[in-house]
Structures are given as C-alpha cells and as structure tokens.
Design a protein. Structure first.
Length: 290
C-alpha cells in the first residue's frame, strides 16, 4: 500500500455536512475517516469501530446510527474512495514519468559513449598493484564503453523513533490494572493516551516504583469506582516523589541523667525529684537516722 502522509479535508463541505453532530460525534467521525484514509477501509466489527473512535461500547451504540449515515453498506465512503483513487493514480503517473525519463537519459549516454569508442584501441590489462610482487589486489577494469558508474540512490529517511517508550506503555497497562479498567478494546475513552502521560512522568525522572506506590495509595483511598483517567494518580505520585526526596532525619543521642545521693541517705534525680528527696529526709529522721 502506498504511503499517504496527508489527507485532504474540505472545511466548508465538512462543516455543511456535519453541522448536526455534537462534539463526541465529530471526534468519532474524524477518527474513523482518518483510519479509513490510512488503511483503505474500516472493519465491520462494532467493538473495533468503537475502539477506533475512542468510545465506550455504550457511547458507540448511541452514536452509531448518526455516524453510519455518512457511509455506504460495508462502511464504505464514496468520497474518500474517489480521493484515494485520484491520489494513487497521480502517484503512479509521476512514478512512470520518472522511470521513462531515467531510461531515456541512460539510453542517450550509451549511444554517445558507443560512438566515441569506435576505432579506439582495445584497453590493455592493468598491472597488479605494487608492481605485481606479492600483491593480489588489482585495479578494477573500467567500463568498456566508458560509462560513468550510476549514482547511488539517496537513502530513504529513517523512520522517526516513537516518542513513547515500551517502558511507558507497560507502566500505563500496570496503572490501568491498578485502577480496575479494561485494556485493549475495553479501554475507556478517558484512558486513551495514558502512555503519553506516563512518558511525561518518566521524562521528569519519576521512577516506576514511585509511580506504582503513589497509584496504589491513591486507589486505597478512593471509594467511588475507577478514576476517569491516568491523570487522577498524578497528585498522589507527586507526594510520593516529594516524600522520597526528603532527607533522612538525623538521630541525636541524649546524655544519660546522673543520680546524686545526699549525706542523709536521700536521693534526688535532678530538680524534678525535689519532693521525693524531702519526704525521704523526714522519713529518715523519724526512724532515728537524723
């Protein structure tokens, strides 16, 4: 299938045809026609269509009849099919034109060099490199017609690397499991793009362990069902990151208290034991010790 990096969108026509749609239906319809443009069609399964439209099964059931009115049976779209055919035809014409131009250019070069070589002496074999003593590398014979070597085709640009790492995708799936939401076609719309948010956290230096600890702590306090999106966990994760960044408290050892004895056999332990020392003093006198 030919790559189609852009899709024509006629704004005036689109607005005229879709003025009755609400915001959710606009988004679903645009996602469906973009998928159609990229792949050449749409699946017939409602679960897959809901997934492409980033809708829940219930939302898709409500919007399906309205959106299906833009398509023919089998989810075919006449206008997009015409645009696809026109783009493919134009691309094929350009490719064929370039092929013919290249063939003609090489044919002219072959005729020119063949004419210039008529009557020329036969090319002599080239001596071996380094005078032939021990070297086995030989200079390559030139083209008999003297044609230049064809220029190498420019290398195709490398595909840009994905901005979302596998680690972010895996962590987003773990967070969805902690939240108790489905994965794949059952993912709620609010969780579409969770990996993008998780990638932003990882890019800030937030670790996987801290993210999971914060998410579990957040869910332990939640009593009203799953969160609407992965962003619900962010405040709890930020608190966990801040707690981990705090310095460990320094432990200070206090000196032990010293117990002093008085000459009358009474004891005091600092100022707080004054009354006990007085009582002991009078008790000693009463028994004849004073």
């Amino acid at each position: 299938m030919m790559a189609r990096p852009w899709m024509p969108l006629y704004i005036a026509d689109y607005r005229a045809d879709t003025s009755h749609l609400d915001a959710a239906e606009h988004g679903a319809y645009l996602l469906l026609i973009m998928h159609y443009w990229t792949t050449g069609g749409l699946p017939g399964d409602d679960r897959q269509l809901a997934r492409i439209a980033c809708m829940t099964a219930a939302e898709w059931r409500r919007a399906r009849l309205t959106i299906a009115a833009f398509f023919d049976p089998g989810w075919r779209h006449k206008r997009i099919d015409r645009e696809l055919a026109r783009v493919d035809e134009t691309s094929s014409k350009y490719a064929e034109r370039a092929k013919k131009a290249a063939s003609k250019r090489w044919s002219k070069q072959d005729d020119k060099h063949a004419s210039s070589m008529l009557g020329a002496p036969e090319p002599q074999p080239h001596p071996e490199k380094n005078g032939g003593d021990g070297g086995d590398a030989q200079a390559r014979d030139p083209d008999p017609l003297g044609r230049p070597e064809p220029a190498q085709e420019p290398a195709l640009p490398a595909q840009p690397a994905s901005l979302i790492t596998p680690e972010a995708h895996a962590l987003a799936d773990e967070l969805a499991a902690i939240a108790g939401v489905g994965a794949g076609p059952d993912t709620p719309p609010g969780w579409c793009g969770a990996a993008h948010r998780v990638q932003a956290w990882l890019s800030r230096g937030w670790t996987r362990d801290a993210v999971l600890i914060g998410a579990r702590a957040s869910m332990a306090r939640k009593r009203d069902g799953p969160p609407g999106g992965v962003g619900y966990f962010e405040p709890a994760i930020a608190r966990e990151i801040a707690a981990q960044a705090k310095p460990i408290p320094e432990v200070v050892t206090l000196p032990a208290k010293t117990i002093h004895g008085d000459p009358h056999g009474s004891y005091r332990q600092g100022r707080g034991d004054g009354f006990a020392a007085i009582a002991a003093h009078y008790a000693a006198r009463a028994t004849g010790g004073g």
